[in-house]
Ligand binder design. Structure first.
Ligand SMILES: *Cc1c(COP(=O)(O)O)cnc(C)c1O
Length: 399
């Protein structure tokens, strides 16, 4: 829950600035807005924090993926390699632009396995979307190498890894583009919202134009006189989201350090359990610590342990059971039931027919069956941590 736990007077102040001007739109009304440009300021602060040249605020993390894929010119006929373990939005966004998502396996990081990318490449593969799930990095250096070798575009879905880093570089800044989500559950929140970052001016322009009906935003006179080269749509962030984002971004360091402390305390209690292994984190220094993930040697044992933890009041998720984050469980996706009766883009003759079988992702099938994941909060007072540690010790006795 992270940032949502810390909403307070700083957010109120930022939002009040906007309310007082009466201008809730991010563009135009230069005089009326009295110098208040919250989305623009949020983008600037965000780009700086993440060490990228450009940042573009949008309406959601899902929209961010779609806008970024559009900027990257991914469309009908193109295939995009995505990990089997991710939130549905990654796959939906590829379909939204008319492309076809191709499912790839995960490794011990629980993220996209760079070694499985070559197995999933076809002449149609245009891009790959590594997703940094549950706050910790994929083996992003290796993924970048493989992508470069095969001339693939890389879009980092960093919706869940805001503030995490790999060897000192912020996640989201490795790929050609990176995206973030600020929905209620994410590390910082603006209610709904998303961000795209890139160092490439052309990609930034294409994203910026597309997200606002093609407006090039270069006119200093009036929005109605903006130039335009491509058609777009409306994925504009509003000033309230920008205001919330500014206040939340200032709290990001605090969120992460609190989570790290709490995670370390809980991890200690699990560490003594025989056979228990923690998720591989390629750079533990860069973990945003929003989740703690560990595995046991066998699936049955994992299910029993999850029950025992539950009896102690400790909730965990076994993602092999999850309906929204594991491709083989998406019955509507597997049935190719897009929102149009033609089942486009699956039925588009320009696209190759792709299958999504559990057999093609053996590591995900094994690992997600034996992995339990626990959410870490910012606010976990000593008494609560003590109770969790005691509950873990009790549950461990049943093993
Ligand atoms: C949350 C999430 C998204 C979508 O973000 P929204 O802001 O909720 O649209 C995309 N990818 C992943 C991995 C997510 O967790």
């Amino acid at each position: 829950m992270a940032g949502a736990e810390l909403i307070g007077k700083e957010e109120c102040k930022e939002v009040m600035d906007v309310l007082r001007t009466g201008i809730f739109a991010r563009y135009s009304f230069d005089k009326e807005r009295q110098g208040i440009w919250k989305v623009r300021d949020f983008e600037k602060a965000f780009a700086k924090y993440f060490g990228s040249t450009y940042a573009l605020g949008v309406t959601s993390g899902s929209a961010a993926i779609k806008v970024a894929l559009t900027a990257l010119d991914v469309g009908p006929g193109d295939e995009v390699i995505c990990p089997a373990f991710t939130f549905m939005a990654t796959y939906e966004a590829v379909l939204e632009v008319g492309g076809i998502p191709v499912m790839a396996d995960i490794d011990d990081t629980l993220n996209l396995d760079p070694d499985d990318i070559p197995n999933k490449i076809t002449p149609r593969t245009k891009a790959v979307i590594p997703v940094h799930m549950c706050g910790a990095p994929a083996r992003i250096d290796k993924i970048m190498k493989v992508a470069k070798k095969h001339k693939l575009l890389v879009l980092e879905d960093n919706a869940q890894g805001c503030g995490s880093s790999y060897k000192g570089q912020m996640l989201g800044s490795f790929g050609h583009m990176g995206i973030f989500s600020f929905d209620h559950y994410k590390t910082i929140t603006t209610g709904e919202g998303g961000m795209i970052i890139t160092n490439d001016l052309d990609l930034y322009h294409r994203a910026e134009w597309y997200h606002d009906h093609g407006h090039d935003h270069l006119s200093t006179v009036h929005r109605a006189l903006d130039g335009r080269t491509i058609l777009g749509f409306n994925y504009r962030m509003n000033e309230f989201q920008g205001a919330l984002g500014l206040a939340q971004l200032r709290k990001l360091k605090k969120v992460i350090s609190a989570q790290r402390k709490n995670k370390a305390a809980i991890k200690e209690a699990f560490a003594t359990i025989p056979g228990l292994k923690f998720r591989l984190i390629p750079d533990p220094e860069g973990d945003s610590a929003t989740f703690l993930a560990f595995n046991l040697p066998a699936e049955k044992k994992t299910q029993a342990f999850q029950k025992a933890l539950k009896a102690e009041g400790i909730d965990t998720v076994r993602f092999k059971d999850n309906f929204w984050h594991y491709v083989p469980n998406w019955e509507h996706f597997l049935a190719k039931s897009t929102a149009n009766s033609l089942k486009n883009p699956f039925s588009d003759p320009r696209n190759r027919k792709v299958t999504y079988s559990r057999k093609s992702i053996p590591h995900a099938e094994d690992l997600l069956g034996r992995t339990l994941i626990m959410g870490i909060n910012v606010k976990m007072p000593a008494a609560k941590l003590k109770a969790i540690r005691k509950g873990i010790a009790n549950a461990a006795k049943t093993l």
